[in-house]
Design a protein around this ligand. Structure first.
Ligand code: SF4
Length: 250
């Protein structure tokens, strides 16, 4: 156990489990765990119960139940996705990684990268380094203040610096072990934001885009926002491809 992750209660409900997923881990049939809690409050987030609610608000599972499921399905599944919320917030993360790895699973971590110190600890520890990391880059670094949340307490590194450092760190992994993700939310991701994100990413990045869905958003005013048209999405991805050839709409 690494020092800055406290001890855990194996019976406590910690998040939502998708028992079998074909879409969350490239090339693998996986289980996907969405851990409770997040340090951001992206206005377009549709995981409201996970971010602001309590495990009683949805069908939550405990650490013990997750491990039992992974043991039971070890002959069928090959991947385990740890997502959120923000999984680096969770004290359960190191044990989820070591125990699932001990069962033979490849591990994918989805993160917003803003708990930079923990991300660095995980990546630089061979026992804890995930087999694949998906890092969200939500907008230009200088616009991270537009995303709410408790990601930048006074006196600590700014969110702007954290996301830049997180991109740099994840970029140091081999290309087949990482991807970058951006949701095309009109007020947060314009053509100029695409250009400034592209400047941060390595040339060999896999950069995956998702269309914004105006339903069940954390900030209800985003439910009234019109998503980009198909043509606008194509144009933004064309602009991304000029800098990062493997830019793709998912
Ligand atoms: S990082 Fe943003 S989109 Fe992701 S779970 Fe947290 S609030 Fe939602």
């Amino acid at each position: 156990m690494i020092d800055d992750f406290p001890a855990v209660d194996e019976e406590k409900k910690i998040g939502a489990l998708i028992k079998t997923s074909l879409v969350d881990f490239p090339g693998r049939v996986a289980a996907a765990l969405f851990l409770q809690g997040c340090n951001l409050r992206c206005p377009y987030c549709y995981n409201t119960e996970l971010v602001t609610g309590k495990p009683e608000d949805y069908e939550a599972v405990s650490f013990k139940q997750v491990i039992e499921h992974l043991k039971k399905r070890a002959s069928v599944l090959t991947g385990f996705v740890i997502s959120g919320g923000e999984p680096l917030l969770s004290p359960y993360l190191p044990r989820l990684i070591t125990e699932s790895r001990g069962l033979g699973y490849k591990i994918k971590l989805d993160t917003n990268g803003l708990m930079f110190d923990r991300l660095e600890r995980i990546i630089t520890d061979p026992e804890l380094c995930p087999d694949y990391i998906a890092l969200d880059v939500k907008t230009s670094p200088d616009r991270y203040a537009d995303l709410g949340g408790a990601h930048s307490p006074a006196g600590q590194m700014s969110a702007q610096n954290k996301i830049k450092k997180a991109v740099e760190l994840v970029s140091s992994l081999p290309p087949e072990k990482r991807e970058f993700r951006t949701v095309l939310v009109p007020p947060l991701v314009s053509r100029s934001d695409i250009d400034s994100i592209a400047k941060l990413l390595p040339q060999d990045a896999s950069w995956y885009f998702a269309q914004f869905r105006n339903e069940n958003c954390l900030d209800p005013s985003y439910n009234d926002l019109t998503p980009y048209t198909e043509e606008q999405v194509e144009e933004l991805i064309r602009a991304a491809k000029e800098k990062i050839p493997n830019s793709v709409l998912r």
